[in-house]
Design a protein. Structure first.
Length: 166
């Protein structure tokens, strides 16, 4: 999965994607942080997804350094030019750091899809989860990413990531 994320096509061939795997105690720390966030925000989905994280064998975290500009002056980030984007103050929002370059976010999406497809090819149940990325960022598990998603993996008689309550 991490190789698939790493080798996925990137805008202009510039690789600003970060991928790492967590398991055991580190995976459970993410689940605990998700429970904590759910309590703070009164959002049951964090605890539901935290249970999924805890019940998983491992989690692949994939993020992108989206605060770097691509140089297209497309305006997808909300600024007229990449120069304005580069000069903007980077701020941590509730979950992620912004602003982000739309091309870098596209790179993240392609890397996530490639990793999830690889898990599927090996019959490993998986689901891309933003809440896992939120907890991983709060715990400082990634070094350069401004946006992170998590893909938990499991192999049980029934997928634990779908047909869930909550």
């Amino acid at each position: 999965m991490m190789v698939s994320a790493r080798t996925a096509p990137k805008s202009g061939g510039r690789d600003d994607v970060e991928a790492l795997m967590v398991f055991g105690g580190e995976k459970d720390r993410i689940a605990d942080e998700m429970d904590k966030i759910g309590g703070e925000r009164d959002i049951k989905g964090f605890s539901r997804d935290g249970k999924n994280a805890r019940d998983s064998v491992a989690i692949v975290l994939i993020g992108v350094e989206g605060t770097k500009s691509f140089g297209m002056n497309c305006g997808g980030c909300g600024f007229k030019t990449c120069k304005e984007f580069d000069a903007a103050t980077r701020k941590r929002g509730l979950d992620f750091t912004a602003p982000n370059c739309v091309f870098k976010l596209l790179d993240l999406g392609i890397a996530l899809g490639s990793a999830a497809k690889t898990a599927m090819d090996h019959n490993a149940d998986n689901r891309i989860m933003y809440r896992i990325g939120t907890a991983a960022m709060r715990l400082g598990l990634t070094k350069k990413s401004s946006v992170v998603m998590g893909i938990p993996i499991s192999a049980k008689g029934k997928s634990i990531y779908f047909d869930r309550a909550g």
